[in-house]
Each structure stands twice: as C-alpha cells, then as structure tokens.
Ligand binder design. Structure first.
Ligand code: ATP
Ligand code: MG
Length: 426
C-alpha cells in the first residue's frame, strides 16, 4: 500500500483536510477525541515530507519524547492504517531523539516547559509536525513559527480544544487569514473506522466542560462549579451502609502546614457493578486547633496512628495498598517513608485529568462517599473554576478549601489502572 491506497480509505473530512492543508503555511486539526485528526494530519505530513525542500530541518514536536512515540509513531508504524510499504519506512527506536521517515531524518523535540524554546532557537525548520499543540508553551509555538524561514516551510498540528481564551484559538485560529493558517474542526463522525458503540462509550466517559471539548470538540471555558453533578442524595451514604469492600486501594493524602492536611481512603466495592467509595477521612486543620500548626513529623505520626486504629466493621481489617502523597510534600513524604507499613507513592497531581476522572465517576454514579468524609462533602459544593485563569485562557481551580478534594483526587486518579477495568467492564 502506498499513499494513494491510504487516501482511498479516509473519510471525506479527512480527505478535504489533507488537500486543503497544503494551501497554507500552517494547518491545525482540532476537535474531539478519536476523530481521525492524527491520521489525517499524518497523511498530510507524509506528503509534506516527500515534498519538503532539502534545506532545513524536519521536526516532530510533542510534550515529551514518550508522548510523541505513543501518539505519533505507534500510529505511523501501524500497518493496518499506513500499510507495510510506508510503515517500514518509519524507522524509530523509542527514546531516540531522531527518526528516519521516508528516507529523511526527522528530529524529535519534547517541549514541556518555557526552557524548551532553546531547543529550536537559531534553527531553520522546513517542516514541523506538532502533537497536542495546546499543551505547548505559547513561547515555544511562537518561536517555532519564526523558525519557518525557508520558502515552502510548513507547520502541521493537532489538538483537543481548550478554553476559549487559549492563545491557540485567540491568536491563531481566530486570526487564520492574517497568519496564513487553515483550521479543521473534527468530531468522531469524521473517523471512518470507529468501532460500533465506541462513540456512546466515549460520550459516557466525559461530562461538563470535558464533554464539550472532548466529545463536541469545541473550545469551551471551564466556569462555575467544578463538580456541578455533585448531589448529596445521590453520592453520600452512611458509613454503616457501605457496601462490602473488595480492596482498599489507597489513601490519597494532601499535606499542609498552615493549611489543612487530609487523607481520603479509596476502596472498590464487591458488587456486581463495582463502585469506588471514599470510605473514610483523616484531617488535621489548624483552624480546628486554635491555629496550632504541626510539623511534618508530628503529622506523619498522627496519620500513622489513625491508620493503626482503623477497624473496619464490614470486613477483615485492611490497610490501604498505597499511600499516595502530594509529590510536593517532600518532608512529609520522607517522614512517612520511615514507617515500614506505609507504601508511599507520589500522586499523579495534574489537576485537569484528575478532575476529569472524578467528574466522570460522579456523573456516572461510579463513586460514592460515606458521611465520615466531612471535609470532602463540605468542600465539594464550594469548589469553583478560577475566572482569572479563564480570562488568560487557562484552566485552573480556586485553590482554597480544596484539601480533602485534592487528597481524594490523588487517591482516585493515581490508582486508575487498578480500578478502570473492573468499573468499566461491568
Ligand atoms: N483513515 C483511517 N484509516 C484507518 N484508521 C483510521 C482512519 N482514521 C482514523 N482511524 C482510526 O481511528 C483511531 C483514532 O484516530 P486518530 O488517532 O486520528 O484520532 P484523533 O482525532 O487524533 O484522536 P485524539 O484526540 O484522541 O488524539 C486511529 O487510531 C485509527 O485506528
Ligand atoms: Mg490524536
């Protein structure tokens, strides 16, 4: 199979985008998940590699080398999509910073912070492919565009939409004509190979702002309540009524000195359709103790005492498999590591993916909370997106009274590989 054969099996939207992208210097594909953006843009990229002038670099940019491999090379090397003839001309060893594609050398660049700009400063780029462009620092994108100095230089990029004020939308997509840019909006309907039922599954997997972005593929602001689906009647149960627990997965722990510390225990039920439960909560809030702050060592000792005094009436005594701690809490983590029975694990603490996970569970009634988790149930109704971040095109939450929420998010999101299958297969 060669490029002509591949072009015969694309959707109409994919084909049009591949053709039209060639008319502009910059082409961006944005839209919902699994919409066929990456496949379409990679076909356009392969054509551009064939046509690229010999002078100047060809680069592939992503957040990290690992994401470039997972999102770009896995697809390029998929013979069912690109055919053996093309896939065999994509030569790449995971971890390497260069690849050979259709006989041309291609450099791989991870751009996950402001300093990454240095990696392309002073270079001349003839062709660039950018994966997940909205996750790049704006300065990197601007620098990249300024590197497209040769005649016929091109830039192709894909992304899921972010906030309406995101620099990509405001400065580039809305100013397309002026920037010599063309933008394509894809949804799952534009993917010619979506398995039956997949779209419905994905629709159930996202809610609120994440639904608008990942399913509708629209630029949307995160505003108002972070967990608008929270409903005490639906989500809170009495501790005494907790279903049988199959496994205590983790305690998620947020640590503070002048702010509250909290640990939220996450269990998975032994039900026909398993659910996650926030079973119990430990908190130390100086505000409840006349402002008395406690050192990390004292708090670690208190938390350990709480662990030991646990007697779960519904099942044999179980301790959490993991104790998942905010990775920023270095001193507290070091104290916990002194205790043999505590298995400290750094939390996956990226706010947005964690909130998306918790939202999805709440919206689909896959997470319940016992009335012992008072910090959580108090904070959850007050949790708001930050309008100041929204104005700057970013997504952030107002960081006050979010300690039990953070602890629960760490515990739930970090352990997702332990429960995902059981919850979703049922
Ligand atoms: N023309 C095509 N031929 C064969 N398979 C395709 C085609 N278009 C899409 N697919 C299949 O659909 C999957 C999803 O497409 P793609 O990776 O391009 O989506 P995407 O819009 O980039 O999604 P995401 O936002 O999740 O990255 C691909 O991995 C591939 O298996
Ligand atoms: Mg993609």
């Amino acid at each position: 199979m060669d490029l002509d054969a591949i072009l015969k099996q694309v959707s109409k939207a994919q084909l049009l985008s591949i053709v039209d992208s060639a008319s502009k210097k910059i082409a961006v594909w944005f839209g919902s998940v699994s919409a066929g953006k990456t496949v379409a843009s990679l076909i356009a990229f392969l054509i551009a590699v064939r046509l690229a002038p010999r002078k100047g670099l060809i680069i592939i940019v992503g957040k990290t080398l690992a994401t470039i491999y997972a999102n770009v090379f896995v697809l390029l090397q998929d013979r069912d999509i690109f055919g053996a003839k093309i896939s065999s001309q994509v030569i790449y060893t995971p971890g390497a910073t260069s690849a050979i594609i259709l006989g041309r050398e291609v450099l791989l660049i991870g751009a996950n912070n402001a300093e990454s700009v240095g990696k392309i400063q002073g270079k001349t780029v003839v062709l660039a492919y950018v994966d997940e462009a909205v996750l790049l620092p704006e300065a990197f994108w601007n620098m990249l565009v300024s590197r497209l100095r040769v005649d016929g230089a091109r830039l192709l990029a894909t992304m899921n939409p972010a906030s309406m004020n995101h620099w990509m939308r405001k400065e580039w997509i809305l100013k397309a004509a002026q920037k010599n840019l063309i933008a394509f909006h894809f949804t799952m309907k534009d993917n010619p190979r979506l398995p039956a039922g997949y779209e419905a599954d994905m629709e159930a997997a996202y809610t609120g702002v994440f639904y608008d972005r990942m399913i509708k593929g629209e630029w949307t602001n995160a505003a108002g309540a972070v967990y608008p689906m929270w409903d005490e009647k639906r989500h809170v149960i009495r501790f005494e009524d907790m279903p049988r627990i199959a496994q205590v997965l983790a305690d998620g722990i947020d640590f503070g000195v002048s702010n509250a510390s909290a640990a939220l225990r996450v269990g998975i039920t032994r039900e026909e359709r398993p659910r996650l439960v926030l079973m119990d909560e430990w908190r130390y809030d100086p505000r409840d103790h006349h402002g008395a702050t406690l050192a990390p060592s004292d708090q670690a000792a208190m938390y350990r005492a709480w662990l030991r005094e646990q007697h779960t009436p519904y099942e044999a005594f179980q301790t959490p498999t993991y104790n998942i701690v905010d990775p920023a809490a270095l001193a507290f983590t070091a104290e916990l590591r002194k205790f043999d029975e505590i298995t400290v694990q750094g939390a996956h603490n990226k706010v947005l993916p964690g909130i998306a996970t918790v939202s999805r569970l709440l919206a689909n009634d896959r997470l319940i909370v016992t009335d012992r988790c008072k910090g959580f149930t108090t904070e959850v109704t007050e949790y708001r997106w930050d309008p100041k971040a929204t104005a700057e095109g970013e997504d952030d939450v107002i960081k006050e009274d979010d300690h039990s929420l953070d602890a629960a998010r760490y515990g739930i999101h970090t352990t997702r590989s332990m429960w995902q299958y059981d919850l979703e297969a049922a």
